[in-house]
Design a protein around this ligand. Structure first.
Ligand code: DOR
Ligand code: ZN
Length: 345
């Protein structure tokens, strides 16, 4: 068993940075370890146009502490009113790396998302032409569908029909949580990628609900049965090119998590790399952490792999910070439920 691993500096292919005081507090935790991140556009109001993405990018760079290097990769929030020409211009200028599809009502700040998928057909066709990836929040919002089935039903009812109707469209299935998604992804060509979060490699639905309700483990898509977690672990540690890291680190203040109707999201940015090293170590796959965290994502997004190295090593157990303070209140850091033994050097 190796006690250290060195890889090219990783990237996070799905991240929530928020805005204002929250952005300032959480950004350093990502920038410390990650060179780049695909930044989610679900602000209030959402980042819909190229001009809004450019302004948000400037706010992110302004919040970056002196001496830290980090490249935000911007996304646009797809609405039924999105202008294909604006999307194409934002892509051509190099500003925007993906467009995000939220089914309306599926998750945090998704009210402006898509209700009628036929109404975004023109944008999707344009994206297929120019090679701009579509990132999907893969859950149906149909109230009659059980929340634990919403991802699998989305694949059949929405994702597969969209891909069939739009040949050449490059799609990322974001934060997959089921063996169904793993199987679907494996059966497709290289125009389909899938991100996997850190927390879905660690928790199943028992962690949220058995022995008391644990709001800090509640996220969307919600964690599923153990068999699904095991399928995700096998996929992430397989080294297969279609699977890559997207943490979906999604900070909410404790005040907003610990409510009768609390927000969805796990804040994993501070200790994601330490947790992943432990997971890959346990699976005998430390040599494949590089593919998952540093190589497969850039290959899908047609970007260069980072050249700067990162080394992680195993040592005495240590306690990660339990909370990050923000001007809006404390944000609880994801607790993997075991002592961390890996750390970024
Ligand atoms: O858990 C989640 N939190 N899932 C999402 O899809 C959105 C995110 C957020 O923005 O808080
Ligand atoms: Zn997300």
């Amino acid at each position: 068993m190796s006690d250290s691993v060195t890889l090219p500096r990783p990237d996070d292919w799905h991240l929530h940075l928020r805005d204002g005081a929250m952005l300032e507090a959480v950004l350093p935790h990502t920038a410390r370890h990650f060179a780049r991140a695909i930044v989610m556009p679900n602000l209030v109001p959402p980042v819909v146009t190229g001009a809004q993405a450019a302004a948000y990018r400037e706010r992110i760079l302004a919040a970056l502490p002196e001496g830290m290097a980090f490249e935000p990769l911007m996304t646009l929030y797809l609405t039924e009113a999105t202008d294909p020409d604006d999307v194409a211009a934002a892509h051509a200028s190099g500003l925007v790396k993906a467009v995000k599809l939220y089914p309306a009502g599926a998750t945090t700040n998704s009210a402006s998302g898509v209700k009628d998928f036929d109404r975004v057909r023109g944008v999707l066709e344009r994206m297929a032409e120019i090679g701009l990836p579509l990132c999907t929040h893969g859950e149906v919002v149909d109230a009659s569908v059980d929340i634990f089935d919403r991802e699998a039903v989305f694949i059949d009812r929405v994702l597969d029909p969209i891909r069939r109707a739009t040949p050449g469209l490059r799609v990322v299935m974001e934060h997959i949580t089921t063996a169904n998604a793993v199987d679907y992804a494996r059966a497709q060509g290289d125009d389909l990628g899938a991100t996997i979060t850190t927390h879905h490699l660690i928790i199943n639905r028992n962690h949220i609900l058995a022995g008391g309700i644990r709001p800090h483990y509640y996220c969307l898509p919600v964690a599923k049965r153990e068999e699904h977690r095991l399928a995700l672990r096998a996929a992430a540690t397989s080294g297969e090119a279609r699977f890559f890291l997207g943490t979906d680190s999604a900070p909410h203040t404790d005040a907003n998590k610990l409510l009768p109707c609390g927000c969805a999201g796990c804040f994993t940015a501070p200790n994601t790399m330490a947790i992943l090293a432990q997971v890959f170590d346990e699976e005998g796959a430390l040599d494949r952490l590089e593919a998952f965290a540093s190589r497969n994502g850039p290959a899908f997004y047609r970007l260069p792999v980072n050249t700067e190295p990162m080394t992680l090593s195993r040592g005495a157990p240590y306690a990660a910070p339990a909370q990050v303070d923000t001007a809006d209140g404390a944000v609880t850091v994801f607790d993997p439920g075991f002592p961390l033994t890996w750390r970024v050097d």
